[in-house]
Every structure is written in C-alpha cells, then in structure tokens.
Design a protein around this ligand. Structure first.
Ligand code: PLP
Ligand code: COI
Length: 377
C-alpha cells in the first residue's frame, strides 16, 4: 500500500467502519511503472479493491479494503441468472498541483442510487460510495498514471449474490470498487470515430432500463456493436426505440451536434433525456460549462434524417461524443442503411475547445468554477 494506513478513512459512513487488510503481495514497483507507461484502457488493475456487503437483515456491513482478487460466487447467485447488476465509471487524476482528485463523484453516487432503485437493489448512501472510491484511490495512489489524458479509472459496481433461482429481488448484494490505470479510451490521441446507426436493434425504450447504468443494457448492445464493427465502424449509434428515428446516444457515450459556422456564435445540441438514454455526467458538465465559454447549449430531439440533412446544408459543423472513458471524441463518419455521410475529417474548433476546457478542469490547469473537483489527498 502506497500510503500510510492512517490516512485512509476509518469508516465509509456512520455505522459502516472500513476494515483495511493491505495486499501482502503488491505488484513490484518496476512492473507497475511499466504498466503505467502504457496502460491502455481497462486491462490492468491495481493492488486493492473495496468491498461492502448488504443483506436484508443487516443492511450495509463488512466494508473492507483488501487485495484485488477474484470473487467466490455461488453458481446460483442471482446476478448470474437474472443480471441484477449496476455499475459506474469515474476517474481520479494526479493534478498539476500535486494533489489527487476525482471528478464529480457525488454525481456518480447519485446516479448509482437511481440505477439501484430501477434494478430493485438497495441504495448505497452517496457518502459511502464516495468514501469507498476515495479509500481505494488513496491506497493505490501510486497507480495513478501522470501526463496527457492519463487517469485512474474507477469502476464501482453492485451485484446480487443471493443463491436463489426464483425471480425476485435478491436479499444479498456485494458492492465493490476496482481501479484501472487508463490512457484514452480510443487510444489516447484525438482521433475521430466512425459510427453505425443501428436500424435493426434498439438499446432501450421509455419505461425500460435505458436511464440506468446496468450491465444488462450493455449485454443487449453487443450484437449491434459487433454489427457496427463488421461495417468498419468504431461505435454504434442508437436511435429511439419507439419511432426508430431520433438519435439517442452511442454505445458508451452521449452525443453533441455543433450548429453554426461562426465559432463565436455556435450552439451545441444534445438529445434530450428521453427516459431511455443515460444521463451522462460529462454531458451535464458540458451543458453547464458551455455558458462559461459563451456557447449556447440546448437539449432537444434530432432525427438521423435531420443530422444528415443539417450536415449536408452546413448547419451542423461538428459532431462529437462524450463520456467519462472517452472524454470528448470527434465523430467523422456515420454509416446507416439509409445512407452514409461524412460529418468531418478533423477535430473541429468547438469540439477541441470544450475538450481542452474539460481536461484542463480535470487535470487542474483551468479553474474549477463549478466545484466539480473532489480533492482526495
Ligand atoms: N451513455 C452510455 C451508454 C454510457 O455507457 C456512458 C458512460 O458512462 C455515457 C453515456 C456517458 O456518461 P458519463 O459522462 O457519465 O460517463
Ligand atoms: C464510461 O465512460 O465510464 C463508460 O462506462 C463507458 C464504457 C467503458 C462502458
């Protein structure tokens, strides 16, 4: 463990003490440094994890920071059969002033509560969610890569562990946080992506689980993602599940369209929260930050047809995707059965301005006027 045990929180919330059992065999420093030099995304994991258990009779209990290790699960555990699972994704940064911090963890904690409700799971108090993330970051601070867009990606999640084959909410759960040193999701450089609008499959419908961050949504997306890859595209773009007309979001990102050729008088437009798309924290942050940069921001529906027509007429000048893992990534090409179109061929000025602004706030080179930065140590 790379920090004094004493600096770790002693509890995650009132009545939820944190037991600390340091990893007796952490990775050797040289091995860790080699990983940090080129971490990729989501392939390497740090020395520790945090686990908290929940049962119907005891509530949240047994919070432990311990060595990263496989779970032992009963083959009848509910998650393995009915996918009662939710997760989050957020990042911690080694900032330019030497502190370590995460970006809007309270927003992830709130979304985790909303997701838990939708999946009939117990709600983890946001305070405990944030404290669990903080404890792991402090324990594994030596794993935060530095430079460029590097960060420590945190993956909190909750699974239903009760061994029972009937279909009803589980009476036992495990909440866990793991951490993975990360470079850019699409390889670290600002490279535009190609997207495939799925006209065969839908991700979510109003009243379904599209607003929740649950594993089942991603399982249901994989075939369309594979179809996108077969078409030579990086990502799938989902259309609304009812009319199959309106652009909703991408496989793991929200979308923005930039209207206006004059960079000093532009509007960024993102699909409104229809009830079936994920309310991204990056999306919300960009809407809030746009005002500071003199950029108008709106949330409204836009159809695939309109996207295509507005690109053709020059009304839409840039399109970009945003999310925790992907930060802000330009979209260059959209393929669809109803006709392919080129959206751009280089990162647009508005995309880059927003991208540099967001990364600057996250890494500490731009003032955090909205109080988004959560200092950990
Ligand atoms: N949409 C989907 C389907 C996602 O998986 C993500 C990633 O978390 C996002 C949007 C962007 O959300 P956020 O900005 O909170 O990471
Ligand atoms: C994220 O941006 O955190 C995501 O969850 C996207 C993807 C890795 C699932």
């Amino acid at each position: 463990m790379s920090t004094a045990t004493a600096s770790l929180p002693t509890q995650l919330a009132d009545g939820l003490p944190l037991r600390v059992v340091p990893n007796a065999n952490p990775r050797p420093a040289a091995e860790r440094e080699a990983i940090l030099a080129d971490p990729g995304f989501g392939q390497q994991f740090t020395d520790h994890m945090v686990i908290v258990r929940w049962s119907a009779d005891r509530g949240w209990h047994d919070a432990t920071l311990q060595a990263y290790q496989p779970f032992s699960l009963d083959p009848a555990a509910a998650v393995l059969h009915y996918a009662q699972e939710i997760f989050e994704g957020l990042k911690a940064y080694q900032r330019s002033d030497g502190t370590i911090a995460s970006f809007r963890p309270e927003a992830n904690a709130e979304r985790f509560v909303t997701s838990a409700r939708r999946l009939a799971m117990p709600e983890l108090p946001p305070e405990a969610f944030v404290a669990a993330c903080d404890a792991l970051v402090l324990a594994d601070r030596a794993w935060i890569p530095t430079g460029g867009e590097m960060s420590l990606y945190l993956r909190p999640f909750m699974i239903a562990t009760e061994p029972f084959l009937g279909v009803r909410p589980s009476k036992e759960y495990v909440f866990c946080v793991i951490a993975s040193p990360a470079a850019g999701y699409f390889g670290g450089t600002v490279k535009g992506v190609s997207v495939y609008a799925s006209e065969d499959y839908v991700r979510a419908v109003p009243g379904g689980t599209g607003e929740a961050k649950c594993g089942g949504n991603y399982a249901a997306s994989l075939l369309a993602q594979a179809q996108a890859a077969d078409e030579g595209c990086d990502q799938v773009v989902w259309l609304d599940g009812v009319e199959r007309k309106y652009v909703e979001e991408m496989g793991g990102m929200n979308l923005f369209f930039v209207y206006g050729a004059d960079p000093d008088a532009v509007e960024i437009v993102t699909p409104d929260l229809s009830g079936s798309l994920l309310p991204g924290i990056t999306r919300r942050s960009l809407i809030e930050a746009a005002g500071d940069l003199g950029i108008a921001a709106s949330e409204r529906r836009i159809s695939l047809e309109q996207w295509r027509a507005d690109v053709a007429s020059g009304a839409i000048t840039e399109t970009f995707a945003c999310g925790t893992a992907a930060v802000i990534t330009p979209v260059y090409t959209c393929k669809a059965r109803t006709g392919d179109f080129e959206v751009g061929s280089e990162p647009g000025p508005v995309t880059m301005r927003l991208r540099e602004h967001l990364l600057g706030v996250q890494h500490g080179t731009i003032e955090d006027t909205h109080h988004w930065i959560h200092t950990i140590g």
